[in-house]
Design a protein around this ligand. Sequence first.
Ligand code: PEP
Ligand code: MN
Length: 342
Amino acid sequence: MIIVMNNTATVENIDNIVDRLQKATLSTSKIVGAEQTVIGVVGDTGKVDKELLSTLPGVEKVLKVQEPFKKANRAFKSTDTIVDVAGVKFGGDKPVIIAGPCSVESHDQIVSIAKSVKAAGASMLRGGAFKPRSSPYAFQGLELDGLKLLIEAKKATGLPIVSEIIAPRYLEVFEESVDMIQIGARNMQNFDLLREVGKSKKPILLKRGLSSTIEEWLMSAEYILHQGNPNVVLCERGIRTFETYTRNTLDVSAIIAVRKLSHLPIIADPSHASGKSWMALPLSLAALACGAHGIIIEVHNDPANALCDGAQSVTPLVFNDIMKCVNTIDNTMKEIKDFMHV
Ligand code: PEP
Ligand code: MN
């Protein structure tokens, strides 16, 4: 439920509404805008009398939010949320490009890739230390040693780092090691993990589940927001469809829909979406044209011998071309922004 206060509402009027709702054990969040204040209400709103509320001093209107996600809902917060990751801002005008290998393999590998993506203009480094693999026999990542190597790559380049957490027991070490914690597609509905990272202050990169609807995805974001962590960035990484030519299908419509439904920033992952390195460039541009706030892309210095996801990893040379094209489309996007009704 949303209570829109009118532009003559006093602080007492607003406090009076908040007090009433809190006495009814509902949780409230006040959004103070330049023109008017909006009070978002979450909980069992069935027990409040909406007719009565709308007659109280200072109230302009009381609206019911149809969608089950509340704090993630654009109706609760009309302006885009900016998530700040060690100075890198997701959700603003400039697209954020995250690049790096699927998994951290060695000191030389991660440091050399970090240096080349930084030189090409990336703003963050990715690298999996804990890898959720379909096969128990496949490379599972360097785990804690991988996190240490990521820190070395950060020291060598200054790039903030993002890496995937696979279980709540690692939260403390992730909080000490990385700038942003990734929840992978396979864990999008690991509610215990979502609750734990929701108690953290670290920004979270929440990937869309392989077969999850947009609503389920936003409900997973809601778990994190509900625990008190407002710093959630969504990532469209392709969904499973009947098509087998590509690894997944990049759902560009979901980017447009999320921009409308939610105030949270959203980025796209063309690498896991297609599974093919040569598709990364056009898919990156497509995602940005649909309103994505950034791209996360797999880059490897020797894709043919990568321990994980080599076929979808671009070389540093190709990444350099992608960066050039991203900058070109970014300038075009600025010109056409007013025509995009998102
Ligand atoms: C990854 O980013 O390396 C990864 C495993 O992604 P996803 O969870 O989207 O498959
Ligand atoms: Mn990967």
